[in-house]
Design a protein around this ligand. Sequence first.
Ligand code: NAD
Length: 492
Amino acid sequence: MRTIPHFIDGERVEGSGGLPVYNPATGEVIAHVAVADASLVDDVVATARRAALSWANSSLSQRTNILFTFRQLLVEHAAELAAQMTEEHGKTIVDARGELARGLENVEYACGLIEHLKGDFSSQVADGVDVHSVREPVGVVAAITPFNFPAMVPLWMTANALASGNAVILKPSERDPSVSVRLGELLAEAGLPAGVFNVLHGNADTVTQLIEHAGIDAISFVGSTPVARHVYQAGTAAGKRVQALGGAKNHMVVLPDADLDIAADAAINAGYGAAGERCMAISVVVAVGDVADALIEKITDRLDRLTVGPGVDPTSDFGPVITKEHRDRIVGYVSSAPDDGIKVVRDGTGLASSPGFFVGPCLLDGVRPGTKAYDDEIFGPVLGVARVATYAEAVAMINANQYGNGVALFTRDGNAARLFSRQVSVGMIGINVPIPVPVASYSFGGWKNSLFGHSHIYGPEGFTFYTRAKVVTTRWPLPSESQIDLGFPTTR
Ligand code: NAD
């Protein structure tokens, strides 16, 4: 059986060890992925450090040209990359292409690096004195990514880190690692010097070695909250800058004045798309006032029209979840929901007997804080409806939640929308937009347990995170200005 190799110093490197990689639609093992041992981690860090030195001195136009070419190669290889994602992740081809398109936006943003890396200049801050600032690369970046966006999240990190002049070591999810290797090959084809971008496969131990390694300067992590918290704590304790994005529980508030057909469409798209395995998926619809019954009816009508099947089948609306263990965990939340007084309106767990890791759409009525189906991130095709009497109760529920990634409001009232966006403690807000993932020129990040560290990812904050600032104060005195003055320099 095929072993998915590392990509180190510009080439595929067969590795040892091996974790199974499944096709979630069939439940079969289709490959094994190598697992780096400690000495390989040392080797790849040494390679990246060496490459980082010359890449940091590459001209901005050289970096721009490479990224432009890379962008073009991603477009040309979109079908192949999408097929690879569908095979290992399970999402539909349409969804995989959508993910790639959102990743591509980040490469396009990074192509503007000459603008993003501009410093400031102030002339004559004091007599004969000028000041300018520059941003320099941090060095070697470890990029650690989750299973649910095998192309987009690596591109969130990689595009801006490379544009800023860093070398990158990507440790992709061991569940769907193949696409990362192809990203490495396409970057090499685009002209990126060997060793500047490396893919190192592995598990939790590999991540621990990377985050504690003295040769790593910065860590971008995206994954579940417990691991994000650990990576942040261990990485910062080891003296690195760390941005660690975690899990989510995203609410969608529906006010009584909302168009309920539009709201039901949005709940279906954002609740069940990609089998609910998106960090910006809606998992709780908060029905305000008397809208719950009508909304549930409209959602169930739409659920009747959904088809669950393999991602390669163009008639499938969503595919399987990532592993058998994850499927069983999701089924557990649905079957135990009645113990918490929650009504199961639609039970899709019957599909769980198929060899693929399928769960059909599930709809729960009456989720609320203190119930497992509300408190935990389920990360599956399970939408909960919470019933509240007032707008204020909806906001209080959202703000008391441990997560603060995304939130949406459905209303026709502009004033309520404006108030809502100011009152919720959440990083990304959609007004009549159910999955408000910011475009690449705005940064992405949640609040509370959805993000550890102060830096959001990609966009302007990406360039800030991947660079260090320097400020240069300059004076060109004439020999006639020679004098001894022990006073503290002032601008007056
Ligand atoms: P995960 O935390 O299990 O794994 C993420 C990465 O961490 C993988 O590369 C994995 O190998 C590594 N890892 C796993 N356990 C580790 C440990 N104990 N120590 C060190 N490293 C470890 O996450 P996942 O299941 O792959 O992805 C789903 C999660 O990611 C969900 O919680 C989802 O909400 C979250 N996510 C968040 C965002 C965001 O932007 N906030 C985006 C995508 C996914």
